[in-house]
Design a protein around this ligand. Structure first.
Ligand SMILES: CC(C)(COP(=O)(O)OP(=O)(O)OC[C@H]1O[C@@H](n2cnc3c(N)ncnc32)[C@H](O)[C@@H]1OP(=O)(O)O)[C@@H](O)C(=O)NCCC(=O)NCCS
Length: 138
């Protein structure tokens, strides 16, 4: 399999495999990208979707998912590191995300990529679970 990573061109339609992986990983899928959003992907295998606030030099990781059969091979880390580097090159140097305290693989990934906990949103998720807020500054 060819694993070429890249950023979806602005205005390009969201690939169907992204919606399918989004549904498989999170139970629902977000459709076309808003103008302030950006998406990096390893085609057919993984994607990371961001919301950008250029005026503040900030961005938020909305979703990251690796196809179940490709997890645990370092692809999530490679994808996240590319995003972090390219966002920093755009001047987006303060990155945020929310994560469930029960999501051990995601917590490990973020810690390995230099993210740090900076807050908690009580009962943030629909099942009543809190969200941990993480930040990463370049
Ligand atoms: C979270 C996710 C993106 C990680 O992707 P991945 O490609 O499997 O992660 P990597 O292989 O790059 O691993 C990154 C780190 O997490 C660790 N890790 C991966 N899977 C793990 C697991 N099941 N349990 C514990 N740690 C795990 C790895 O060992 C690695 O740490 P290390 O460098 O210390 O060994 C992937 O599990 C996924 O798509 N999950 C479903 C969607 C999701 O929960 N997204 C995050 C919330 S938005």
């Amino acid at each position: 399999m060819k694993l070429e990573m890249g950023r979806l061109e602005d205005g390009a339609p969201l690939p169907e495999w992204v919606a399918a992986l989004d549904r498989a990983a999170f139970g629902d899928a977000w459709q076309s990208l808003a103008p302030h959003e950006a998406l990096w992907a390893i085609p057919e295998v993984a994607f990371a979707r961001w919301s950008r606030v250029p005026a503040a030099g900030e961005a938020e990781l909305l979703r990251i998912a690796v196809a179940p059969e490709a997890r645990g091979q370092g692809l999530g880390r490679v994808l996240l590191e590319v995003c972090q580097r390219e966002l920093a090159a755009e001047g987006l140097v303060r990155l945020f995300l929310e994560v469930r305290p029960s999501n051990a693989p995601a917590l490990r990934l973020y810690q390995r990529c230099g993210w740090e906990p900076c807050g908690l949103r009580p009962r943030y998720y629909s099942n009543g679970e809190d969200a941990l807020v993480f930040v990463r500054t370049s």
